[in-house]
Design a binder for this molecule. Sequence first.
Ligand code: TRP
Length: 344
Amino acid sequence: MTRTAPLTEPTAPPARPTTGGRRLTGLQPTGRLHLGNLLGAIRPIIAGQYRAETIVFLADLHALTVAHQPNEVRTRTLEQATTLLAAGLDPDRTTFYVQSQVSEHTELHYLLECTAGYGEAHRMIQFKEKSAAQEHVRLSLLSYPVLMAADILLHQADEVPVGADQSQHLELTRTVAQRFNARYGPTFVVPRAVYPTVSARVMDLADPTRKMGKTNGTALGTIFLLDPPEVIRRKVTRAVTDPGRSVEYDPRGRPGVANLLEILAAAVGAAPTTLAADYRSYAQLKHAVVEALDGLLRPIRLRHAELARDPGYVRRVLAEGAERARENAAETVYRAKRAIGLLD
Ligand code: TRP
């Protein structure tokens, strides 16, 4: 007689999703979304949303920390939301909303301003850089990283994908969370930074020594996600290449060609070194990049145009997302207020 395991045998605890944590991303709606955003931030979010609990919000309050046009903030916020949905963000899976629609962000921000120090905020490299470039420095530019900490801690996020320019802000977030927990009792999850892979770094086509889309980056060297095909063709055709003729992957010696190969690699899912062997000339390589970008961006552009015809739909999605975000956020603010001494 064969024995089968009795049905009553204790079972293993329910399987956890392998990546475990809750992931949170904030995107500041200051400019138009570009290829660097797509490959470095948006694509990983979309790929990850079925594996890990994902929260994405548009950080419109952060857009007010430097001189701004009121109309522009509203327009860009809606445009970015529409583009993210067009790129495949699934609002049934991902909590997706606009920061200013969830007032708990600012509520927690204040409590954390009472936890972070002036010196800590003042030391931030991004504050030094941005404030040096302005005559009138908004106080909110100084406390910007504290608002960012509030964004993250509000959701008890475990993982925050960030570029190198945000790693110092994430360190501050961890410091503030640990300090609050130590002083007032365990309240916040201490988050960790996750960094995108190096190949996701897209450089400017007209100046391959700088990152694509950086503020004051070149307009000709940046591929915007909603650029019409002929504009993309022109930008790629005019991309700076390097002396020499053969196509080789050499990021140090030939940064322009390496960047084109990396873009192609990311678009078609192959290794840049392997791809290099397929092309005899820079012109051939550029032609392939134009085709690959068309394959990558055309569906997003078409879907965006479709969604943009019904802004009411996008607004509804965002309003539902805000409502969902508020559930956890309200719980965190309640606990923080109680811990810090405002509630019984
Ligand atoms: N400061 C981030 C940036 O400029 C945007 C942002 C705001 C953010 N709040 C956040 C990113 C919280 C991650 C988590 O890119």
